[in-house]
Design a binder for this molecule. Structure first.
Ligand SMILES: CC(C)(COP(=O)(O)OP(=O)(O)OC[C@H]1O[C@@H](n2cnc3c(N)ncnc32)[C@H](O)[C@@H]1OP(=O)(O)O)[C@@H](O)C(=O)NCCC(=O)NCCS
Length: 228
């Protein structure tokens, strides 16, 4: 199959939405200003055959606490009729090159423990699987009366094809969660999420007490692009 990889454009939104919905990978509103903004940013790649979109990968950059760019493989999907023919492999290879050219130190993906196809893909590309299993917990933003207080977590705004969110990383606390809700009320955010090791029992209790719900169990798959 002769497949081309190129940067996605806003006009690709309907075709990307079709692949996302056929694979169940995410719900994307192709007409939303967010989807168009994300596609215009030039961090989404599409795989095409005869100009038709067969697959896509949506990526974003985040920063390490100590500085430096980290490349997040956020959404990857290949249309069911084109799967198992190397399209996913091509998209991941292109993402790695893109990340390296942009100076990222690491590429990472949060992959469901039961997603055999994605795990094989990551392994083939030299990604290492975390020894820990992680849980993703999410909550809808709520209005809070809160004065910002010191905490040791990071509240990271992200915008992807399917959501605008805040990722909570680092040492989670009531203050950090309240801060995230407060920030969510100031910017357009649809979800707040936290990824924690599945043996972090106290943190899980804190998240549950704060109305977070568990989405599933995952591994981080990472590959370093250059030494620190
Ligand atoms: C994951 C996905 C993108 C892989 O795309 P693809 O084009 O089929 O992948 P490739 O053909 O390049 O195959 C890559 C590897 O995965 C394996 N693979 C593909 N589909 C598989 C399946 N259903 N079960 C087990 N292994 C599978 C291939 O055998 C290959 O392994 P190898 O390199 O060891 O031979 C595709 O299955 C998909 O869109 N899944 C639904 C969405 C999803 O889960 N996305 C990832 C989470 S964001």
């Amino acid at each position: 199959m002769s497949v081309q990889i190129r940067l996605a454009k806003p006009e690709d939104a309907p075709a990307i939405e079709r692949v996302a919905s056929e694979t169940g990978v995410a719900s994307i509103d192709p007409g939303s200003p967010r989807a168009r903004r994300v596609l215009a940013e030039g961090q989404t790649l599409v795989a095409t055959k005869d100009a038709a979109v067969m697959g896509f990968v949506g990526c974003l950059f985040t920063a390490y606490p100590t500085g430096g760019r980290r490349f997040e493989l956020d959404l990857l999907a290949v249309a069911p009729e084109a799967q198992r023919r190397g399209v996913g492999t091509r998209l991941v290879a292109a993402s790695k090159s893109f990340a390296a050219d942009a100076g990222a130190r690491q590429v990472r993906a949060l992959v469901r423990c039961e997603n055999a196809a994605m795990q094989r893909l990551c392994r083939r590309h030299g990604f290492a699987r975390s020894s820990d299993v992680f849980e993703l917990h999410i909550v809808d933003p709520q209005p809070v009366a809160h004065q910002s207080r010191l905490h040791e977590a990071r509240v990271i705004p992200v915008e992807t094809l399917s959501y605008s969110g805040l990722w909570l990383e680092g040492k989670l606390s009531r203050e950090a969660i309240a801060d995230a809700h407060q920030l969510a009320s100031q910017i357009e955010v649809t979800v707040i999420g936290a990824v924690i090791p599945n043996n972090a029992l106290e943190t899980r209790k804190l998240l549950q007490a704060s109305s977070f719900r568990k989405v599933g169990a995952y591994h981080w798959w990472t590959i370093n692009l250059k030494s620190d």
